[in-house]
Design a protein around this ligand. Structure first.
Ligand SMILES: Cc1cc2nc3c(=O)[nH]c(=O)nc-3n(C[C@H](O)[C@H](O)[C@H](O)COP(=O)(O)OP(=O)(O)OC[C@H]3O[C@@H](n4cnc5c(N)ncnc54)[C@H](O)[C@@H]3O)c2cc1C
Length: 365
C-alpha cells in the first residue's frame, strides 16, 4: 500500500475480512484491512464455538456452499500451519446428535436417511451404540445419529493465522479506529474515512459482521444485518469426557484439545447487548447436565457473549446494489467460521476476475 491508498480496502478484521484478505494477498493484491478494535478477531469470530457442521441433505445453494467450505478445511489448515506456524486445531471430530424422546427421532433419522441416499454420510445409532462411543452421555438417551464428517477448529487461532498469512503476503492492517464514512466521486466510492483521514482504494469490502448494515446505510443502501446474541459457558473436565461434539436438547457440547469443554449457545434477539446473564448460563448448564450428568463435577471456568451477524436470507455476498466497486460479505449468522474459507475464495475471485467458481446469485445483497 502506498500512503493512504490500496487496491482493496476491507472494513472489518473478523474471520470473514481476514479470510478475504488472505485469499487476495496470495494473488498479489495490495490489501488494507481496517478494524475498529486494536486487534483482529475480537468480536463474533473470537466468541464462536468453532463447530464445522453441514448436515443438510439437499443440493440447494446454501448446503452446497457449506459443504464446499468444509471441504477446504484440511488443506487450508496445513497451508496455514506451514506458512504461519499457527496450528488452527482443525479436527474432523464428528458430531453425535442425541435424542431423549422417540418423538424427536423421526426428524433426525429422516435427515440421516436422506443424507445417505444422496451420497453423504450419517449413521443412525441405538442408545447402546452411542454410549459405546461416548460413555459420559446420559443412559436416558433414546438414540443418536452420528455425523462423522463434521469438524472443529479453534476460531481465534484461525483468525490470527489468516491475518498473519495475509500480512506475510503484504496485507496491511489499520487497527484501533472505525470507518466513519465514505468519500464518493461521480456516484462511485473512492475512499473510506478513518479518524478524519481518507484512505483511497479501487474496491471496498464491507465485512463488519453485525455492524455491516451501518456501513451500507452510510452509502444510502439500507440492508438489515442484525446482531443475535449468543452466550457460551466454558468448563474444565479432567480427564476429558468426550471425543466429539455432542448436540441435543437445543445445545452443543464441544470438547477442546486443551481439556476444556464449551457449552453453547443461546440465541437471543436483544440488539447489541453483550451482557452475560444468569438465565443464559443456567439454560446452557441445565441442558448440558441433561445430556451428560457427570459434567456436574467439572470446574466452571468462564462465560462469554458474542453477536452473530444475521441476515434473513443466509449470508449476504456480492456487490452492494448501485455500487460496482463495493462488495458486501456478511450475515453468516451461526456458520461464519464454517463459511470463512469459501467466502474468502469467492469474494477474492469476484474482485480479481469479476466471476466466481460457485454462483453468488442466491446470496446477493
Ligand atoms: C456464541 C456464538 C457461537 C458461534 N458458534 C459458531 C460455530 O460453532 N460455527 C460457526 O461456523 N460459526 C459460529 N458462530 C458464528 C460466527 O462466529 C460468525 O458468523 C462469524 O464470526 C462472523 O464473522 P465476521 O467476520 O463477519 O464478524 P465479526 O467477527 O463480528 O467481525 C466483524 C469485525 O468488524 C469490525 N467493525 C465493525 N464495524 C467497523 C467499522 N465501522 N470500522 C472498522 N471495523 C469495524 C468489528 O470490530 C469486528 O472485528 C458463532 C457465533 C457466536 C456468537
Amino acid at each position: 500500500m502506498s500512503e493512504n491508498r490500496a487496491d482493496v480496502v476491507i472494513i472489518g478484521g473478523g474471520i470473514i475480512g481476514c479470510a478475504i484478505a488472505y485469499e487476495l494477498a496470495k494473488k498479489q493484491v495490495d490489501v488494507l484491512v481496517i478494524e475498529k478494535a486494536t486487534r483482529v478477531g475480537t468480536e463474533s469470530s473470537w466468541a464462536g464455538a468453532g463447530i464445522l457442521t453441514s448436515h443438510a441433505s439437499t443440493h440447494e445453494p446454501y448446503p452446497e456452499l457449506c459443504r464446499a467450505s468444509l471441504a477446504m478445511y484440511p488443506s487450508l489448515a496445513s497451508e496455514l500451519k506451514e506458512k504461519t506456524n499457527i496450528d488452527i486445531e482443525f479436527i474432523k471430530s464428528g458430531t453425535l446428535s442425541v435424542y431423549f424422546e422417540e418423538s424427536e427421532a423421526a426428524g433426525l433419522i429422516g435427515l440421516a436417511e436422506r443424507r445417505v441416499n444422496r451420497g453423504f454420510t450419517a449413521e443412525v445409532l441405538t442408545s447402546d451404540q452411542a454410549l459405546e462411543l461416548e460413555p459420559a452421555v446420559s443412559n436416558n438417551i433414546a438414540g443418536a445419529v452420528l455425523f462423522p464428517e463434521d469438524g472443529h477448529v479453534r476460531n481465534p487461532k484461525m483468525v490470527s493465522a489468516l491475518a498473519k498469512g495475509a500480512a506475510q503476503h503484504g496485507t496491511q492492517f489499520l487497527l484501533g479506529n472505525p470507518v466513519s464514512g465514505f468519500v464518493s466521486e461521480n456516484g462511485r466510492v473512492i475512499g473510506a474515512v478513518v479518524n478524519g483521514e481518507t484512505i483511497y482504494a479501487e474496491s471496498f469490502v464491507l465485512a463488519a459482521g453485525c455492524w455491516t448494515g451501518n456501513l451500507a446505510t452510510m452509502l444510502d443502501v439500507p440492508i438489515s444485518i442484525s446482531p443475535v446474541k449468543g452466550q457460551i459457558v466454558l468448563l474444565e473436565t479432567m480427564p476429558q469426557l468426550f471425543q466429539r461434539t455432542i448436540d441435543g436438547v437445543g445445545i452443543y457440547i464441544v470438547p477442546r484439545t486443551d481439556g476444556k469443554v464449551l457449552l453453547g449457545a443461546t440465541v437471543e434477539y436483544v440488539g447489541y447487548d453483550k451482557t452475560p446473564t444468569v438465565d443464559g448460563v443456567k439454560q446452557m448448564i441445565d441442558a448440558a447436565l441433561t445430556i451428560a450428568p457427570e459434567l456436574a463435577q467439572s470446574t466452571f471456568v468462564q462465560t462469554w457473549v458474542g453477536l452473530r451477524p444475521y441476515y434473513n436470507r443466509g449470508p449476504c455476498l456480492g456487490h452492494l446494489p448501485g455500487y460496482d466497486n463495493v462488495v458486501l460479505a456478511s450475515g453468516h449468522f451461526k456458520n461464519g467460521i464454517l463459511l470463512a474459507p469459501i467466502t474468502g475464495k469467492l469474494i477474492a475471485e469476484l474482485l480479481i476476475t469479476g466471476k466466481t467458481s460457485l454462483s453468488l446469485e442466491p446470496f446477493l445483497p
